[in-house]
Design a protein around this ligand. Sequence first.
Ligand code: PLP
Length: 459
Amino acid sequence: MTPLYPAAWDEIDAPQMGVEPPGPRSREVLARIERNAYPGLSGGLTPLALASKRAWTVTDVDGNVYLDCASASASVPLGAGRAEVQEPAIAALKRFGNEDSHALVSELTAELGERLLALSPSSLTRYDIALNGTEAVEIAIKMMRRATGRPIILAFHGSYHGESTTTAALGAETSEIARGLRGLVPGFVHVPYPHAYRTPFREPRPGGTGDATVDYIRDHVLFHALDPADVAGVVIEPVLGSGGCVAPPDSFWPALTALCREHDWLLCADEVKTGMGRAGHLFAVERWGVEPDLMCLGKALGGGVMPIGALLGSERALGTFDDVPTGSTWAWLPGGCAAALATLDLYESEPVLENVAALGTVGAARLAELRERFERIGDVRAIGCFQAIEFVRDRQSAELDSRLQNAVAAEMLRRGVLADSSTTSINIQPSLVMPAATLERVYALVAESIQAALDAESA
Ligand SMILES: Cc1ncc(COP(=O)(O)O)c(C=O)c1O
């Protein structure tokens, strides 16, 4: 085993905050963007402009150095600036530039497809190429309908699957994401995610499936509203990512897979965010021994260096027909394949998953302390390097308090911690190779930030 990251990263000393963000140079860059970019882009930007990134830090143009617990929407798994990934990608870019891998392929395509299938659950024997996670999910939807001849896909409240027209309609993280689309993109039926803190279904019913969510699907959705013979299958994030780092209870998976078998549905795991180790296993479905019919990959697959996505499938889902056009011009460009192969090499040679377990332990302990200390934290969750804090007005009502969440996120930024302040929680998603002591530092700053936000609220 080689060490977890380049030795020089041991000397990193962060955060270092010289000026309040956004500093003057950041403000200048942001103002230029605001002047003529789509307001929905400029309005959502973190208030700083990047100068550079290294390992688990981000430096802004005003010289502030932040601890990065956003990891570029969880697409940078092994720290920024990994020469081991960049160099093969650059070599492939120099050698090939782009080529449309739907027409002309190199050995890199064959090798990456073989490696991904060898690493994934044994139900998966075929692959198709994609540029990113969104495209992988788009292809999955087409394949599920083609393989079964059925139109409807069952998906979950709280799930995020992308922003394209179809993936936005498949997702249901918040109703806003599919605003204006719901009535135009039919074919998706949503049920609550098996979310211990927020589910409306408390206990499985006696004599039912053994799981409360699957009981609801069977007893209500399929009985009253949806003929199972119209359903192609289920698309699910095995651990909810953007929607708040939520793992279903163990009872869910056997009940769900039995339901899929009973009705001949395909089960598609969207592992775009969970895949490549973030939830503690290389693929999150491994935790429960689930053998999906389809698996979508993206984000971290390119090692944080190149965009690349993939769809893996069973023979039934992806191996028995050839008449579904898929993908786009830059899917599996040679540089992307080279980055993905180098990334897989690092997962093999470095103790990445062991470090994810250690960071998960730190997160669980510190989050439990925070919940103990602050009444306004409703729930905390740590699943490997998916860690979340949910703020509420009070514990009795459990009503989300997004104002407090935003205030805490702003205090964290002032103290030099970047995280993903999402729709229902602050998600702390560090690099999978961050040292445990650095994550301890993050949590000390998170505690200070919550206290400061509460003090400001009561001032
Ligand atoms: C679970 C999941 N699926 C799909 C996507 C879409 O991936 P991308 O935006 O990289 O295309 C995302 C992105 O956040 C995701 O989290």
